[in-house]
Design a protein around this ligand. Structure first.
Ligand code: SF4
Ligand code: SF4
Length: 426
């Protein structure tokens, strides 16, 4: 199978000894209990495809899109099989050989490659929410009669009334004191449009820690394209983003979104042949990419302000941060360094919340079952605030908490840190 995403299917598939260890930890298999929904089952299907015993089909595609790409199977496999990456590779192959979905293509190639167009389309969502139509549909339960993906999206998407972060953050922000680092802030699409306060706060917190922060005009990181097999579009975006980011000559490229950091640091290099200029650029980029909490803990050291926040906090590990980048201590250390934080670890903090980008919209029912277990663990932890480092996890957890009538907030760790300073202008 020929794919742009570099993966040696034959070599990887050979490693699987069919022991089934991976099944116990897979959140999807836990719900469905059906072998084809397990990591081992997905690998068996890919092997049949690889051996020419089955053909590419919509049914096969459906099975492979039923995976959260949460990497739990990969870290628990004694033979080191990277099932999630194999799934990504096969989606890339299927995108080339199956009929194209026009709506999906328009979204990936049209909107997500054009930040201005994406922002404009969000104005329509804003208008829809502002008219109160969403509330009317929800209260009257008419929302449940919309096509499944539309109704799921309308339910989960929070209020997007705030101005996008781009436009609110100056192109260059000077450090509060002496300059220690020059940082390029990678402003991801979801943070920019859905949680702009996180980026506004993140940039201010970096400036307080001696960073000159530039927020370059980048495109989407490409994670949605990778997840939907559109690697050809992703390659173009990666080339553009690498050029823009490396030209800033920043000491570090920092982002508040774990999917963006995972894509920039890990996925770009899988799109290019070793030895090429692009591959070398991807490696250079990777060495500079930091999750925001990691950068604060490891590079600047955290300097909280004097005002205690007095709150009980728990932390949810985004899959792409914990299993994708091995970053899990730093956000916790950051939270514990905030005066007035009582940190309480929840059970299964690193279990996927079921969000997985658009999975909660495309596979709503299944996603909600996965979310249920997470919310029950949050309830047991009796925390007032849930901190996490991913906008789509924030969206999913907020929705789950709202459905359960919980009043607690879901925030990025830096938003709590920022409360210890005097008021930030948002
Ligand atoms: S993927 Fe790993 S854990 Fe799962 S069946 Fe294969 S060898 Fe066993
Ligand atoms: S990546 Fe996650 S959802 Fe997909 S097969 Fe592995 S454990 Fe299951």
């Amino acid at each position: 199978m020929k794919t742009t995403y570099r993966i040696d299917f034959a070599e990887e598939l050979k490693k699987c000894v069919r022991c089934g260890e991976c099944r116990a930890s897979c959140p999807i298999f836990s719900e469905s209990k059906r072998e084809p929904d397990s990591p081992r089952g997905r690998l068996a299907l890919v092997k049949l495809l690889q051996d020419g015993k089955i053909e590419a089909s919509a049914e096969l595609s459906e099975k492979l899109y039923g995976c959260l790409l949460c990497k739990t199977c990969a870290v628990n496999c004694p033979s080191g099989v990277i099932t999630d990456e194999i799934v990504v590779g096969v989606r890339d192959y299927l995108e080339d050989v199956l009929d194209k979905n026009i709506v999906k293509r328009a979204l990936l190639k049209g909107f997500l490659t054009r930040p201005a167009l994406l922002q404009a389309s969000f104005s329509l969502v804003k208008l829809y929410q502002k008219t109160g139509l969403n509330d009317v549909l929800t209260r009257s339960k008419l929302i449940d009669h919309l096509p499944e993906t539309m109704s799921a999206g309308a339910k989960i998407l929070p209020d997007v009334s705030k101005r996008p972060a781009r436009g609110r953050i100056p192109e260059v922000v000077k450090p509060y004191g002496e300059k220690r680092f020059r940082v390029a802030y990678f402003l991801g699409c979801a943070t920019n449009l859905i949680y702009p306060d996180v980026a506004v706060t993140g940039v201010d917190v970096l400036a307080r820690h001696g960073c000159e922060v530039i927020t370059p005009a980048i495109q989407c990181c490409g994670m949605p394209h990778l997840a939907y097999g559109d690697t050809d579009t992703m390659v173009q975006m990666a080339k553009n983003n690498m050029k823009v980011l490396l030209e800033t000559q920043a000491d570090a490229i920092v982002t508040d979104c774990s999917s963006c950091s995972a894509t920039l640091a890990e996925s770009y290099q899988k799109l290019f042949e070793p030895g090429t200029d692009e591959y070398n650029q991807a490696i250079e980029l990777s060495s500079k990419v930091y999750d925001l909490s990691k950068f604060l803990m490891e590079k600047t050291g955290v300097q909280p302000g004097p005002n205690p926040v007095n709150v009980v906090v728990t932390y949810h590990d985004p899959c792409h941060l914990k299993r994708g980048q091995n970053v899990f201590k730093q956000p916790r250390e950051l939270l514990k360094a905030i005066p007035g934080v009582e940190f309480r670890e929840m059970k299964e903090a690193d279990r996927c919340c079921g969000s997985a980008g658009s999975f909660s919209i495309m596979h709503h029912e299944l996603s909600m079952k996965v979310l249920e277990r997470k919310i029950s663990n949050i309830i047991t932890a009796k925390a007032e605030v849930v901190a996490t480092s991913c906008p789509t996890c924030t969206m999913q957890l907020s929705y789950g908490m709202k459905c359960h009538g919980l009043s607690g907030q879901v925030v990025h760790p830096v938003q709590l840190l920022a409360k210890t300073y005097s008021k930030i202008k948002n």
